[in-house]
Design a protein around this ligand. Structure first.
Ligand code: MRU
Length: 347
């Protein structure tokens, strides 16, 4: 995707290192950072220099490869490798893409493939993630076209949450992919972006992406989305996902559930855009999804400024679960599916 006229991916492999766009520095500083070791990748996942379920998955695939490459020069290579992998798996617990990607590369390593073949395998995961997002765009834009036709080509208002754009994947994004395709088709679109407290991925990252991609957008306080829907200013909600259970229950950024409830009450279609790698067929319902709890200081402070009395307790849930019955459909690389059809995709 584009920044100041140049095409970028949100990560790439170069000279035996992983290069990433440091998402912590955006929107005010565009910084490319080099990660040379598995430990540096794990730290970047933990401190959210790179984030978003599909991107975490691809970075974790590289981290697994790096851990293996490092282990070849260690006397306790097996112990070293397994210790890093277990830290990596615990670095962010909710996004299933992380576990999925680590297991894929770990299997290739345990099959005894040559190191170059393992690296190609990692690159396949990366390229596959890019194609999936592109196809999510192709499938999702059909929904937008239907709405556009029903509205006789009047502007469509899309509501999104957090950042499920190209920064959160390797390219195109998930929830953003249909938006980019609609822009390419010269449709008149406008996107409402919730700021996404406490880390503000909507205001900081999605708005930055849309500004540079020439997409009309407006950032709103998280709490205004009910009002927007009631005023009939939202035609469709499209958000991303971190883990989807077999019954369609979906974990995504905290606040997603409230948007789904408001959408239901206002008859606004509510879609999840996600690649198949985000579906966890091993769990029946969202009740089994571990919700990450992050440092309370993310809630306590805005920047350096404390906003809560120091003796008041704080809890910082990073994700919530939207029950399947509130979800109109899933936009995947294979097509658009109703929640009850998700389990059949495993076949
Ligand atoms: O905590 P984050 O910023 O990693 O959470 C990101 C989200 O919740 C995204 O919506 C999700 O990962 C999908 S990204 C395509």
């Amino acid at each position: 995707m584009k920044f100041e006229g140049k095409r970028y991916h949100s990560l790439w492999y170069e000279n035996e290192k992983l290069k990433i766009i440091d998402q912590k520095a955006l929107p005010f500083d565009f910084r490319v950072v080099e990660l040379a070791t598995s430990k540096e990748i794990i730290n970047a996942i933990k401190d959210m220099s790179l984030r978003g379920a599909p991107l975490i998955g691809v970075a974790a695939a590289y981290a697994t490869f790096f851990a293996y490459r490092e282990s070849l020069t260690k006397s306790d290579s097996h112990y070293y490798y397994e210790t890093v992998i277990s830290k990596l798996k615990r670095s962010r617990p909710t996004a299933v893409n992380l576990q999925w990607a680590v297991n894929q590369i770990d299997n290739a390593i345990k099959m005894g493939l040559e190191i170059d073949r393992i690296l190609s395998f990692v690159k396949n995961i990366e390229n596959n993630e890019i194609s999936c997002c592109k196809m999510i765009g192709d499938n999702g834009v059909l929904l937008l076209k239907d709405i556009y036709n029903i509205k006789a080509h009047k502007q469509i208002n899309i509501l999104t949450h957090c950042n499920a754009g190209w920064l959160a994947t390797v390219d195109y994004g998930t929830a953003s992919a249909p938006v980019f395709r609609a822009r390419d088709n010269e449709m008149d679109i406008h996107v409402w972006i919730g700021e996404t407290r406490p880390r503000n991925q909507g205001g900081k990252l999605t708005a930055w992406e849309y500004f540079h991609e020439n997409i009309q957008h407006t950032v709103v306080a998280d709490n205004s989305v009910g009002l927007l829907m009631r005023k009939k200013l939202v035609d469709i909600v499209i958000v991303g996902a971190d883990r989807i259970a077999r019954n369609g229950d979906t974990a995504n950024k905290i606040g997603t559930y409230l948007r789904a409830l408001a959408a239901k009450d206002n008859n606004v279609p509510f879609y999840i855009a996600a690649p198949m790698s985000t579906i966890d067929f091993s769990i029946k319902t969202g009740d089994s999804i571990k919700i990450e709890e992050r440092d309370e200081n993310e809630v306590r402070y805005i920047g350096e400024t404390p906003i809560i009395h120091e003796l008041s307790p704080v809890i910082n849930h990073a994700f919530d679960i939207t029950p399947a019955e509130l979800i109109t459909g899933f936009i995947t690389e294979r097509g658009v599916y109703k929640p009850q059809d998700i389990k059949r995709l495993a076949l």
